[in-house]
Design a protein around this ligand. Structure first.
Ligand code: B3K
Ligand code: ZN
Length: 874
């Protein structure tokens, strides 16, 4: 396939002045009439034709200024429309008619049907599946949209912008017209038609304008949209308070649909959501679902300024809107909840998803420089590392200059299709700081490593910290330049207080070392006693730290750190180190060393009620098997890791049995509230219940919790302990059956049932997943179902998926090929679960390679899947 390059950017030959779209909705034959006014860009020769994008389109008719033209003057293929001999300078109008079949559009890109609702998904390149157009983010124009449909087929007819009017059209049909005054690229276009339930509210903006808020859901589910509505209002207020950003239309609409390739989409004034991220009530949604809804509602809303008002020049700049908007939604959630607990969750996620991506064959820069299929670049690197890069800008500039830079960006680029260079220039200008070296974070892939060593001189009372950076080669980048790495630090003195003196040897301000050279030594003098360094506090830079720190030093940090995140980091490092060592012993078939000290620290943290419950729950959650695997890095044996981790869990559980038994009963009583404090208490009680059950070695406690549960958080947690710790027990069988029958009519809840089973450790799970896939009630076409079963198994079950005989890989390969025929985006996404295959031990590696080859040789593959499979095999 074609390789797109950042350096090939060129503006279009023609400029779009406006577009008027008319849709006559029909499941099999929707007629789209697109009237576009354009003019030739100044300096473009008259011999240059107009070339518009298409994808699987057929042209019904083409008019220029209302007239038919000779067939020799244009060519229409499924993926392009070329028109020659157009006027030299005057604007002209083209009228393009296409017919679509939403019902058979299984790619969920362009216009499709989901549970009887018409909906669109245009980012990145879905608009070209609707009509021939310049489907690229730097072509911004105003849209007028008229939708006509049978009243009994589509009661609500929605599009972007403000409502112009509507009414009866002809026999049995009605229409609605919308005008969006804000010029936008085609990827932000949206249309929805259907008979939906509606939840309404209003928001009064900072300048006193009233905005109508509407959330559309399936009939009967209206009460489950209340939390999303609340989150939306809080988001709108937050963006005004924190960034001075006001909403800019009379109406903001959200539609929840059940078939959606990702979480949600920020179409101007008409967000379309995966219903998983809208619908919640205590009986059916767990605390994590509420937190996700809050974060995603905020994320899509924040795109209105970072993405829509200021969009991207080309898809290479994707992180301009995504990294920045993730950064903004993180800050929002931190303000709504506990900031340290939120940050810990972010660090965990970054390390679990982005670090492995950056360390494997799919590694790419935050701003990629080439792509074959842009859909494959909606990645943890673009989103999460992209957010970390923005966060580092704030760390380097400080809060005030960061805000100045953001203000300048909004002011200068409102209405633009901008680049990363534009963005960085605003911060450089606002702060007077040179960000040239820093900009490497956008162009160099891979996770930098920083090795840290220190030297204490007892007689001179001096302390030296030496930092050295390195960055391993990644695909296409064999040589790397030195980065600007901002490392927040603290020096913790023997009495637990912090040393405040400034070092020499390099820039260090506000508790941040600026590592800009390969190796730098920061020297402190007049230090009263040997300090312990707490480095990369709060994860100020997304790097791997290599530092020999004794368990005593780590324990000292975890006891005295004033910063909750750093305290957790120390604990987590300590636990990781222990688990890595234990896994190595298990791999060699040797006895594990006792976890005494680790258990003591964890138990002390568990019962320290000066700490918030959510923090204690995070501290108790041992690094996952995948975290341990990542630390080990190569020759990985997932079974050894599992054995070692289970042994440590059991040891901690037994040592702290009394504490865990008490805490297991500490969940808040009374009516359920999704607020962060109550969720934190449930998290602590939940993980304690799990430890207590492990210590008791019977399923009774978990089964009792399951039977008594009055909310989904407790119920799902109990089911997970049963299925993962006590597989095959009568209690587990009963609970699984109860859950299945109780929620048979609620697919989103049943997804939890699939995931919990798919993540049950051990080789047998592979057969169980096959069995569930073969069940006639399992809907293979729905992305949420597939992710909850196949995605959970492949990405969340290291021992099951990485079964030594390769059955897990073969299962994935078969599913990928099958799904690819319908929905390439979903297939490619599921396949990325194999991205770390080269770090496995040789036997599994070979099995994985054979599975990848079987996909590569499967015949007709989509660009999405072939791009991933080829990069993985390269
Ligand atoms: N911008 C969309 C993602 C579109 C993915 C296209 N393959 C959701 C978001 O990040 O807000
Ligand atoms: Zn986004």
């Amino acid at each position: 396939g074609h390789v797109f390059k950042l350096t090939d950017y060129k503006p279009t030959d023609f400029v779009v002045e406006r577009i008027d779209l008319t849709f006559e909705l029909d499941p099999k034959a929707t007629i789209v009439v697109s009237r576009v006014i354009l003019h030739r860009r100044e300096g473009v020769g008259t011999d240059v034709p107009l070339v518009l994008d298409g994808d699987e389109l057929t042209l019904d008719s083409l008019l220029i200024d209302g007239m038919e033209i000779d067939a020799s003057l244009y060519d229409a293929t499924p993926d392009s429309l070329t028109i020659r001999e157009l006027p030299e300078s005057a604007p002209f109008e083209i009228t393009v008619t296409t017919t679509l079949s939403p019902e058979t559009n299984t790619k969920l890109m362009g216009l499709y049907r989901t549970s009887g609702v018409y909906c669109t998904q245009c980012e990145s390149e879905g608009f070209r599946r609707i009509t021939y157009f310049y489907d690229r983010p730097d072509v911004l124009t105003v849209y007028t949209v008229t939708i006509i449909a049978a009243k009994d087929d589509a009661k609500h007819l929605l599009s972007n912008g403000n409502f112009l009017g509507g009414g009866n059209y002809d026999e049995g049909r009605h229409f609605a017209a919308w005008f969006d005054p804000h010029p936008k690229p085609a990827y932000l276009f949206a249309l929805v038609g259907g008979d939906l339930g509606l939840v309404e509210d209003t928001f009064t903006t900072m300048s006193g304008r009233e905005v109508a808020l509407k959330i559309y859901v399936e009939h009967g589910k209206e009460p489950r949209a209340a939390y999303a509505m609340d989150a939306l209002k809080r988001s709108m207020k937050w963006d005004e308070d924190v960034y001075g950003r006001e909403y800019d239309l009379d109406i903001f609409q959200i539609v929840a649909v059940s078939d959606f390739n990702m979480g949600a989409m920020e179409n101007k004034g008409l967000n379309v959501f995966n219903d998983k991220y809208v619908l919640a009530d205590p009986e059916t949604a767990a605390d994590a679902d509420y937190a996700n809804i809050e974060a995603i509602i905020a994320h899509e809303y924040f795109h209105n300024w970072t993405g829509n008002r200021i969009t991207c020049r080309d898809w290479f700049q994707l992180c301009l809107k995504e990294g920045l908007t993730v950064y903004r939604d993180h800050a929002f959630s931190a303000d709504q909840r506990s900031a340290p607990v939120k940050r810990i969750a972010e660090i965990r996620l970054l390390k679990a998803h982005q670090f492995p991506e950056d360390a494997g064959p799919l590694a790419h820069p935050v701003r990629p420089e080439t792509y074959r299929e842009i859909n494959n670049f909606y990645t943890a690197t673009v989103y999460e590392k992209g957010s970390e890069v923005v966060r580092m800008i704030r760390t380097i500039l400080g809060v005030e200059d960061f805000r100045k830079g953001m203000d300048l960006y909004f002011e200068r680029h409102d209405g633009d299709a901008a680049t990363i260079e534009d963005f960085l220039a605003c911060f450089a200008e606002a702060s007077g700081r040179d960000l040239k070296q820093f900009a490497l974070w956008y162009s160099q892939a891979g996770t930098p490593s920083v090795s840290v060593s220190s030297e204490w001189n007892e007689t001179k009372k001096t302390f030296k910290v030496t930092l050295e950076q390195s960055l391993a080669p990644t695909p296409g980048q064999s040589r790397k330049a030195l980065m600007h790495i901002p490392l927040a630090y603290g020096l913790i003195l023997p009495d637990g207080t912090e040393f405040e003196g400034q070092p020499t040897g390099g820039e260090a301000s506000d508790g941040v070392f600026h590592l800009t050279k390969r190796k730098q030594t920061f020297s402190f003098s007049n230090v009263p006693g040997r300090p312990v360094v707490s480095i990369n506090r709060g994860f100020s830079a997304p790097v791997n730290i290599a530092m020999e720190q004794s368990p005593e030093d780590l324990a000292h940090i975890s006891r005295h750190e004033s910063d909750g995140v750093a305290r957790w980091q120390a604990l987590n490092d300590y636990a990781t180190r222990h688990l890595v060592a234990a896994s190595r012993l298990a791999r060699d078939g040797r006895n594990l060393m006792p976890a005494g000290d680790l258990a003591d620290v964890l138990i002390a943290t568990a019962k320290d009620d000066t700490l918030e419950p959510a923090f204690r729950a995070q501290a108790l959650a041992l690094p996952a098997e995948s975290d341990i695997a990542r630390e080990i890095g190569s020759n990985i044996d997932p079974d050894a890791i599992h054995t070692a981790r289970e042994a440590v869990l059991a040891e901690v559980a037994r040592a702290g049995q009394e504490v865990f038994t008490t805490l297991a009963a500490s969940a808040p009583k009374g009516a359920y509230s999704p607020d962060a404090a109550a969720a934190g208490q449930r998290a602590l009680a939940g993980i304690s219940m799990s430890y207590a059950s492990i210590a008791e070695a019977t399923a009774e406690r978990a089964k009792a919790a399951f039977n008594a549960a009055d909310n989904m958080t407790v119920l799902a947690q109990a089911l997970q302990v049963l299925a993962h710790q006590f597989p095959g027990s009568d209690e587990t069988r009963e609970a699984l059956e109860t859950f299945r029958t109780r929620y048979a009519d609620n697919p989103l809840v049943l997804d939890k049932w699939y995931s919990i089973q798919a993540m049950a450790p051990g080789a047998e799970t592979c057969e169980r997943v096959e069995e569930l896939l073969a069940s006639p009630v399992f809907d293979h076409t729905n992305p949420n179902r597939m992710r909850s079963l196949v995605g959970a198994f492949t990405a969340g079950n290291p021992t099951g998926f990485n079964r030594a005989d390769g059955a897990g890989y073969r299962l994935l390969a078969r599913q990928v090929v099958e799904i690819d025929g319908r929905n390439p985006q979903l297939a490619a996404r599921l396949l990325t679960a194999m991205r770390s295959w080269r770090s496995l031990e040789p036997g599994r590696q070979e099995q994985a390679r054979l599975a990848l080859l079987s996909i590569r040789d499967a015949g007709k593959l989509s660009a999405d899947v072939s791009d991933i499979v080829e990069r993985m095999l390269a």
